[in-house]
Write a protein that binds this ligand. Structure first.
Ligand code: GLN
Length: 273
């Protein structure tokens, strides 16, 4: 009886050792410093990707921000999607996109649910306290959308007006600071702020210039003011302290800039005026 018990104990210990070793291997395989991502190989097994490896890198985004990220049918498309795909390929990963509210992206990166966040995301001092940012790959400008014939012609005219923004964006942060929280209505999606503008619920929408152009092109009777509210750098957010992934992405970005890939991707989605 004692012998059987000792044998079972041995088997149990060996099993534990194997499980432990497996985790380490998985951790080393992934670039993420968080096991929840690296261990999540079932996701890779579920995908139909032709790639025969199961190395997946997860990106959090908010696919309602054309031309950086949006959906065409079930497919994710846009500048960030293509740049992220090129980065993943360079690093030997299959890209998996996790679509969420913009406001949840940083938390998701911090908690290691995803490896990085890419969503036309502006580098700000506040966000730098929460995540690390790669080098910048694009520039954004905060723009103001109004209806044709609006009496708002400049930033000064926004005082006391109802302003629509996308929750948690720099447009939200700046507008709330400059014009007062009471005057700012926050929507989950930029498109919903634009619908509110068309419906007369707000008098202006503050949002990044490229999505602004896309929304104005899709909707009659809107225009963008000839003014730049703020000029910003877009970068990719990674978990604080994950210097390996930060360095790898920066190196990939450097290569993709040098060989013209980044410019070509941006030019594909943003036509020169
Ligand atoms: N650039 C803005 C920000 O980082 C908006 C980004 C977005 O809505 N996807 O806050």
């Amino acid at each position: 009886m004692k012998k059987i018990f000792a044998f079972l104990l041995c088997v149990a210990m060996l099993t534990l050792c194997f499980v432990g070793c497996g985790e380490t291997a998985d951790e080393n395989k992934g670039n993420a410093d968080d096991t929840t991502v690296a261990d999540d190989t079932t996701v890779a097994d579920d995908t139909t990707a032709a790639d025969d490896t199961n190395k997946v890198i997860k990106m959090a985004t908010n696919a309602a921000f054309p031309p950086y990220e949006y959906k065409e049918g079930d497919a994710f498309v846009g500048i960030d999607v293509e740049i992220a795909t090129a980065i993943a390929k360079k690093l030997g990963y299959t890209l998996e996109i996790v679509d969420m509210e913009f406001d949840s992206i940083i938390t998701s990166v911090q908690q290691g649910e995803v490896d990085f966040g890419m969503a036309g995301m502006t580098v700000t001092d506040e966000r730098l306290l929460e995540v690390d940012f790669t080098s910048s790959y694009a520039t954004g400008v905060q723009s103001v959308i109004v209806v044709d014939g609006s009496d708002i012609a400049s930033l000064d005219d926004l005082a006391g007006k109802k302003i629509g923004v996308q929750l948690g964006t720099t447009g939200d942060i700046y507008a709330s600071g400059d014009y007062g929280e009471d005057n700012v209505t926050k929507y989950g999606k930029g498109a919903d702020a634009v619908i509110a503008l068309k419906g007369g619920d707000v008098s202006a929408v503050i949002i990044d210039n490229e999505p602004a152009k896309a929304f104005v092109a899709q909707n009659e009777g809107l225009k963008i003011l000839d003014t730049e509210y703020a000029i910003e750098d877009y970068a990719i957010a990674v978990k604080k302290g994950n210097t390996q992934l930060l360095d790898d992405i920066n190196k990939a970005l450097e290569d993709l800039t040098a060989d013209g890939t980044i410019d070509a991707i941006i030019a594909k989605f943003i036509k020169a005026e």
